[in-house]
Write a protein that binds this ligand. Structure first.
Ligand SMILES: *Cc1c(COP(=O)(O)O)cnc(C)c1O
Ligand code: SF4
Length: 449
């Protein structure tokens, strides 16, 4: 059933993107932006995106182009001009001193882009004296593992909140999450936490690992002493970035066999697939890849942030969720973009994010309404904006936790003052003149135990 003509992966970065045939049609401005902004934010795309996803004739406004390529407006005008000046100078002189000035300027801009949003480094546990830098444990049931060899992606999303995983920030040596210690230490940690039932392999993109490498991590979780683990999730964008991973790549068949092995071991295997736009659901390659995964009895659950310039449109979301359920996937989360990297380009007021969610949700049948959102992954937990309401003439936001550092916080509605400009939870104040939100007195204990 699969394509008989396997496609060979080819990556494009700031260095070789002019080799993309279609790039000849880009404007001067768009080309310059790729060079300049590409110094600051990670940029990588590939021949699937350039051949099948991007609408080159409309590149200046195409959402697929904006997802894959840096644009001028993704950093401030001031930062843009600064980086451009140092870049041009270095290109002229080729002098190592100018190279250093360029990289210092780039580093300063990176540091100003909030590289550790929502304190993810707080989620790294210390176990028997060692900080487990390749693991995050925030919610009782679920640990995130960051396999060292999976800390890259088939392409980089311009909105990525984990962009320091791919960009060196020399003054932030611990900004990368990756398993570098002995994997057994991680297993010992999990065994010391009997409530942990879910392991989520993430990155980067774990599907960039060759099957034997990923197997090493997964096989261990199937062993008898790990029977507390019921669910293995793999967070990936490979279905949208490189679906051939599951169909015609040389180790696609062995990956499918690995999935079958996990299911045969009575684990729930969930591919947590990132899709941002219905266009990513439309190719023959992605349909084949989804079909092959579902044939293993793994599930595919889908998630995406709601992003200005990409998917700020309820009809688009309704279409995307419908296509996903048509193909057998389960819509899971709609996120609010975190305050990092190119956030200003992508951000939407919380009120708008909820409107997009509500109007999309209203257009689909109950089968698609497995999706929850919009959700902010904040220090305290995953906070859902349920909507606005009027209480005795006062407009408020109604919120609740979908996940909390303390499980007792989950699923209790709470209220914030209405704020039409707020784009993140830290800009909200408790409603009704309360001094603090109900969980705030406890949060310090969780962040600084
Ligand atoms: C989202 C998330 C999880 C998983 O939460 P679920 O609601 O079970 O999907 C686990 N850990 C972290 C840090 C997360 O952000
Ligand atoms: S696939 Fe995920 S980790 Fe990779 S660039 Fe995109 S958002 Fe970031």
């Amino acid at each position: 059933m699969t394509d008989t003509n396997p496609r060979t992966y080819k990556a494009y970065t700031s260095y070789n993107f002019k080799e993309i045939e279609q790039a000849a049609c880009l404007s001067e401005k768009d080309i310059e932006a790729v060079e300049v902004v590409g110094q600051v934010l990670p940029f990588k795309t590939n021949n699937y995106a350039t051949d099948e996803l991007i609408d080159w004739e409309n590149a200046s406004t195409d959402p697929m182009f904006s997802l894959h390529f840096p644009r001028k407006d993704m950093i401030s005008n001031h930062d843009y001009e600064t980086v451009k000046m140092f870049l041009r100078r270095y290109q002229e002189t080729n002098d190592p001193a100018d190279k250093k000035k360029l990289s210092d300027a780039v580093e300063a801009v990176r540091l100003s882009l909030n590289p550790d949003p929502s304190g993810q480094s707080h989620n790294v546990p210390v176990f028997e004296g060692t900080a487990l830098n390749g693991l995050q444990h925030k919610y009782r049931e679920t640990v995130l593992l960051f396999p060292n060899q999976g800390q890259t992606c088939y392409a980089y999303c311009s909105f990525c909140f984990r962009w320091p995983q791919f960009s060196k920030i020399s003054s932030m040596t611990d900004s990368k999450f990756a398993i570098k210690e002995d994997y057994e230490t991680y297993m010992d940690y999990i065994k010391s936490k009997p409530d942990v039932t879910d392991v989520l392999l993430t990155g980067g993109d774990p599907m960039t690992m060759k099957t034997p490498v990923l197997s090493k991590y997964i096989d261990r979780l199937l062993e008898e002493d790990m029977k507390q683990i019921k669910t293995i999730r793999i967070g990936t964008k490979a279905l949208a970035h490189w679906p051939y991973r599951f169909t015609t790549d040389s180790d696609a068949d062995s990956m499918i066999a690995l999935f079958e092995k996990v299911v045969a071991a009575d684990k729930h295997l969930a591919v947590m697939a990132n899709f941002n736009h219905p266009k990513e659901m439309e190719t023959k390659a992605v349909r084949e890849a989804i079909h092959r995964i579902l044939c293993t009895n793994a599930q595919i659950r889908t998630q995406s942030p709601v992003l200005n310039h990409i998917n700020n449109d309820p009809a688009l979301w309704a279409k995307m969720w419908r296509k996903q359920t048509d193909f057998g996937c389960i819509p899971y989360y709609m996120f609010v973009a975190r305050d990092t990297g190119a956030k200003h380009y992508f951000e939407l007021p919380l009120e708008r994010a909820q409107q997009v969610f509500r109007e999309a949700y209203q257009q689909v049948s109950g089968i698609c309404r497995t999706v929850r959102g919009p959700i902010m992954s904040d220090h305290a937990g995953k906070i859902q904006i349920l909507g606005t309401s009027d209480v005795y003439g006062k407009k408020i936001f109604v919120l609740r936790f979908i996940q909390g550092r303390n499980p007792d916080w989950v699923a209790k509605p709470f209220f914030a003052e209405y704020n039409p400009d707020a784009t993140w939870f830290d800009q909200l104040k408790p409603a009704f003149e309360e001094k603090e939100f109900f969980f705030e007195s406890e949060i310090e204990d969780y962040l600084n135990p």
